[in-house]
Design a protein around this ligand. Sequence first.
Ligand code: BG6
Length: 460
Amino acid sequence: MYQFPKGFLWGAATSAPQSEGAALKDGKSPTTWDKWFEMEPELFYDQVGPENTSNTYELYKEDVANMKAMNLNSFRTSIAWSRLLPDGKNLNPKAVAFYRDYFQELVDNGVEPIINLFHFDMPWWLMEKGGWEARESVDHFAYYASVAFEQFGDIVKKWATFNEPLVHIECGYYGDAHWPKVHDFKRAIQVGYHTLLAHAKAVAAFRESKYNDGQISIILNLSPVYPRSQEPADLEAAKWADHIYIRSFLDCAVKGDFADEFVALLKEADLAPVTEAGDREIFLNNTVDFVGCNYYQPMRVQAPEVAKRPISDPHDLFAPYDWPEKRINPHRGWEIYPRGIYDIAMRLKESYDNIPWYISENGMGVSEEERFENLDGIIEDDYRIEFIEDHLAELHRAIEAGSPCFGYHLWTFADCWSWLNAYKNRYGYYRVDIKDGFKRTPKQSSFWMADVIAKNGFSR
Ligand code: BG6
């Protein structure tokens, strides 16, 4: 029997831009996603854009009732910055009413809300001023954060500032999957620096807010790095991947500082960001109370084929190679490696001073999932149950070994829209039929999970 600690948080996660719909309704101003879809709809899978996400804006009560039926005791979503403050300054009363109702509904049904402030949804008005490249974004974000704490802090006691900020940077500043799709690692570093500063200033705003009896965190994609071999060149490559993808954000958010080695390398490569006097104190004085860890798959790293400084383009570190134990999710192409969840759990315990943390996302994406519908119209997602069991078993092992993990959230509760992939890959405990009024139907995994939660564990 895999028995989990008393009070363990069982839940699921989504985000405002991926689930609310109502993208331009009731005063919300556009984000980069709304504008990008207007400009290049053909880039989005099946040309489904952000206005068509799962309509939680109207259906949240139904979702919460379903969460209750599934025994979930926690749930993460985010606030849409451009709904709450459409022009960055003035409060939108309809947004306040919506979020207060939504969050209260969760609490009233025994589902603890964990509310995040930024999930890749940069307001367009701010993007036009340079987005995260412009230092002024830092203070705009800190102001938005202070408004959110003020408006909802009586209901919400667990907060996060950013979801996977590195993904936003990687895909938008040295990749093509997020706006503004530029390729410039130096600019990416500056964006990362401003994002971290915005995070730290939001933490400061939280500490100063009148409802500072809660806790605040950051949600990071923490994929453990495994080198191809123990050869020095591969180990060196793994070290830099680890600095960039794990330590840069984690060290700063938890310890309030960056690794000296990382700072030295950035300087040497002329990649150091522009900083201001006083920034260091802001980082040092505003560390998080807990960490959210999104874990999907590990990072397999090897030395770049051509000898060049890996840090000038981190993608050079990920040339594919044959990993003997590689198990692939055939429906999404991502590696399945449950052991990774144990390794990151132990790393958080050992290198981050026992910081409390939880799995804020883990999950299995499946394309064309309607193939698995049975005669009763239920999707028989045994593959997802197996995936979750395998990961929970490793997580349980880490908890037994002392890692202070307090929860497990699946991505996602009800199938949601996913950026350029739109509704291609389904992840939910609930199916959402986008052609039938966003109708929700439980999948097999939701019944299985309801039982796991009731027993606070499972046996296999
Ligand atoms: C996570 C993100 O990393 O991956 C989510 O936090 C995203 O926002 C999820 O939806 C799934 O991605 P995809 O590309 O498989 O739909």
